[in-house]
Design a protein around this ligand. Sequence first.
Ligand code: AMP
Ligand code: GLY
Length: 423
Amino acid sequence: MNILILGSGGREHTFAWKIAQSPLCKKLYVAPGNSGTDQIAKNLEIKVTDFQAIKKAVLEHKINMVVVGPEDPLVLGVHDFFLNDKELAHVSVIGPQKAAAELEGSKEFAKEFLVRHNIPTAAYKCFNISNVEEGYAFLETLNPPYVLKADGLAAGKGVLILNNLNEAKTELKSMLVDAKFGEASTKVVIEEFLDGIELSCFVLTDGKNYKILPTAKDYKRIGEGDTGLNTGGMGAVSPVPFATEDFLNKIEERIVKPTIEGLKKDNLPYKGFVFIGLIKVGKDPKVIEYNVRMGDPETEVVLPRLKTDLVEIFQAIANQTLDKIDIEIDSRAATTVMLVSGGYPEAYEKGKEITGLEYVIDSIPFHAGAINKDGKIETSGGRVMAITSFGNTYQEAIKKSYQNIEKLHFDKMNYRKDIGFDL
Ligand code: AMP
Ligand code: GLY
């Protein structure tokens, strides 16, 4: 079959790399893609939210399946757009419908879902411009640090964690009254701070059945020792060493099962990946967020460990026969280190030539913010490339990633030298 992947990051290069290995995939397209996908698929210059242009490409290239990478098109209803169009309704879309994508599109919606289905999460209250004063009063009842979350999509920047009460009040006002995050902060969720170590759990569902993929841990801060500004993710490790069998059982029983049951009970149509952000508090998992897609750079360590044909899995999701599929996982550890542009996550320059890729041995460079410019690979974003390696232990894998990074170069290249430091 012909498959189209929407997106342009390291996540989508990894999807393309995995899908290209499937005998079920005849022609592979990526929109808009990057220099990595360009080597194994055909890139189409289309924005992921331009549904009319996507439709045109799907008809022109006789696409049978669309795999949605990022959240924006899902929250905007790309799956529903396909189902509601006679010419597109036969195309399988991997990603939830709009109603279910609200789990990522609205923090309040997600919190209400969690509470309704008795899934462990931080205590919270939601405020808007009409009850800012109650928001201040609620903050006064909490102990620091204070967690403020813009309700809507804010490009990963909508969560503030503040140590000082007055600062928290000022930020609450700036979000609700001064629209700090635009539309996204017309509502703000204030929640209890959870103290513990984070990890992510990835679940595939066809709306009826589910399969759990390997766990991963990503490193979100720009600086070593988890310091400095938040980024999209600077590296990842899979599996998570502290996720013991007992802990994984708790995740499945207390979180995954009620989540899938909750989607069914609430009539939220879901065929795709559920990314559950967790914090281990004491010995117990609690949910900090849902994402309705795979993580980036978590995909770069989770998918390489998947031995099963991904297209076969996607077909089973489309046909709601996921229960018939055996998911086989490589027992080795995988790690990835993200190379970023100097200055990221603040202002940075683009258009720097990336050299040394031909010397990489025993690691997979997944391209992210990188494009092919007249045969040269150049930087085009903040997160440029994720260097993934396998090892019998995560330490062995990470060593390989760092050895290969020594061979790579672009002007002002930056990366974290301590991925896995806290495990
Ligand atoms: P989110 O966008 O919901 O993933 O939040 C971004 C980051 O904020 C998370 O990865 C956590 O590190 C942190 N965070 C979110 N909610 C909480 C919470 N209730 N307690 C502690 N940290 C949190
Ligand atoms: N790496 C975190 C995310 O994809 O949201």
